[in-house]
Write a protein that binds this ligand. Structure first.
Ligand SMILES: Cc1ncc(COP(=O)(O)O)c(C=O)c1O
Length: 509
């Protein structure tokens, strides 16, 4: 009875579904009597937990009426359930599912069930550090200021488009996304990111992650190599691993990913994944010389570059850099964007900007593998952009994040005065703190955990251990007060764990 959507706590609450499901059970061809089939159905649901202990059954008169069967059949079935202990009657109150019945009518063996055996691929995916942690207020990397999202305006647009949605939008879609959204996005990307595109080249996806998956499935085969930045983004690492690709980490330095550091003899890649505007997590920007080298290498090797431009809107010192995709005409680049950072991750909307030749195969594959949907939400987003709310929100968030970063720097100042090194933070939603040893990294992470603070160790972003020790400190998703408190704690913890003493601001060490 799983199609009923979970345990049926009470017949009254879910009467229509239950009665429908019972009608189907009774109507199914069977050689048994009506009361036997009714008894079987109710006992199955009680034993499987669909009808929880304490659920009130309808009276035999009501049930007979709704099922349009004789009352005797109902009375016989329920009396048998009562006699066997699955149901108990309480005078004046009715018949209820018993505790014993809901436990399956047997004494339950409480020993833990064995962990199911996952595929090798599944096991590999889980190794990429995805935690399903409860929401942490300070330091979670990549979480935007959810408290500052203009909810009312967004709800108004959503309501408008839910009400006006043409009936066609209830059907399967294959257009690559709502045309108005693709047009608004195209306009935005051409102007602010110098992306070369027209609306047909845009494919709306359920976030960047789904875009990576499509690319991995359509442009690489199991066993093919993908080059990735080291350190790098765990979501991309997990996605490529789950597609059966061989991951080849490529060192990142102050100028971004350095292809000269690809080991001699490394397999030629089908894909090269990069975050050129703001490398995740180091924060460096890919230099122009490296961009040119990357484009040339990809062309020479016949590889596709995946340009993940996840948070380029948040630059504080200068205007965002032009995209890699727009640098030269017909670059072998698939540009990937997401609304997870500029709006909110639960929205699950992202997009690919595809070279012309890939538009049709990607649309068809996406419609086949994932289906398209949520057209009213996409239409609301198109208006959100076209009416200027998006640009305003980005500008407000840029200010907000600049302030939140300043707040984190201020809280960490006592440690910085004693030698803690922080990344430049000219962009993005997190800072990186360098640490001198892995031991210090793990001490701080575990002390923070004991305080209920989530600290992300930099070494976990490396495919090849040990990686550089450090901390990735998200500041966008927490309020100034939360950042100040967590930052002050971290400064103190770093001072004590690294054996330094605090000094007063401006004082000698
Ligand atoms: C580097 C990078 N790319 C992309 C994303 C966004 O992915 P999605 O659109 O699937 O939420 C994130 C989110 O954490 C990220 O850090």
């Amino acid at each position: 009875m799983t199609e009923m959507g979970g345990p049926v706590a009470d017949f009254r609450a879910r009467r229509l579904w239950v009665v429908d499901a019972l009608r189907m059970r009774l109507a199914a061809p069977a050689s048994t009597t009506l009361n036997q089939r009714l008894y079987d159905a109710l006992r199955d649901w009680i034993q499987s937990g669909e009808l929880a202990a304490g659920s009130l059954l309808p009276s035999s008169r009501q049930l007979a009426g709704e099922l349009r069967i004789g009352r005797n059949s109902v009375v016989t079935a329920i009396e048998r359930l009562v006699a066997e202990g699955f149901v108990e009657t309480r005078p004046g109150a009715g018949a209820f599912v018993s505790e014993w019945g809901a436990r399956g009518g047997v004494e339950i063996d409480d020993s833990p069930t064995a962990m199911p055996t996952l595929s090798r691929r599944g096991t590999r995916v889980l190794a990429f550090g995805a935690t399903l942690a409860a929401r942490h207020t300070a330091f979670a990397p990549g979480v935007p200021a959810l408290d500052r999202f203009p909810r009312e305006r967004w709800q108004r647009l959503l309501r408008r488009h839910q009400q006006r949605a043409p009936v066609d939008w209830f059907d399967y879609q294959t257009q690559g996304g709502v045309p108005a959204l693709r047009e608004a996005l195209c306009d935005y990307l051409r102007l602010s990111r110098s992306v070369r595109c027209h609306p047909d080249q845009i494919l709306i996806t359920q976030g960047a992650q789904q875009g990576f998956e499509l690319i991995a499935r359509l442009l690489a085969d199991a066993g093919d190599s993908v080059w990735l930045e080291e350190p790098g983004y765990g979501g991309a690492q997990a996605c490529f691993a789950s597609a059966g690709l061989e991951l080849q980490p490529v060192e990142v330095d102050a100028h971004g990913v350095n292809l000269d550091r690809v080991p001699a003899g490394a397999a030629s890649p089908a894909l090269i994944y990069v975050t050129p505007s703001h490398q995740y997590p180091s924060g460096v920007t890919l230099s122009l010389a490296r961009r040119t080298a990357l484009l040339e290498t990809a062309k020479r090797l016949g590889a596709w570059i995946i340009e993940d431009d996840y948070d380029s809107e948040f630059r504080y010192a200068s205007a965002p850099l032009a995209s890699l995709q727009g640098l030269v005409a017909s670059a072998p680049v698939i540009y990937v964007g997401t609304f997870s950072k500029v709006l909110y991750p639960g929205l699950r909307l992202g997009y690919l900007v595809l070279p012309e030749a890939l538009v049709e195969p990607f649309r068809r594959a996406n419609a086949r593998l994932h289906r398209e949907g949520q057209y009213p939400v996409q239409a609301a987003l198109a208006d959100f952009i076209a009416e200027g709310h998006f640009a305003r929100h980005v500008a407000t968030m840029r200010d907000c994040y600049r302030q939140r970063q300043a707040c984190l720097r201020e809280a960490l100042a006592p440690a910085v005065r004693q030698g803690l090194v922080l990344s430049e933070g000219q962009a993005g939603m997190h800072l990186v703190a360098e640490l001198e040893s892995h031991a210090l990294e793990s001490v701080l992470v575990s002390r923070a955990r004991a305080q209920g603070i989530l600290l992300s160790p930099l070494s976990a972003f490396y495919l090849e251990s040990p990686g550089r020790p450090g901390l990735v400190l998200g500041y966008a998703g927490a309020t100034a007060a939360e950042i100040a408190a967590a930052g002050a704690w971290l400064a103190g913890a770093w001072l004590s764990a690294s054996g330094r003493a605090a000094t007063r601001a401006g004082g000698a060490t």
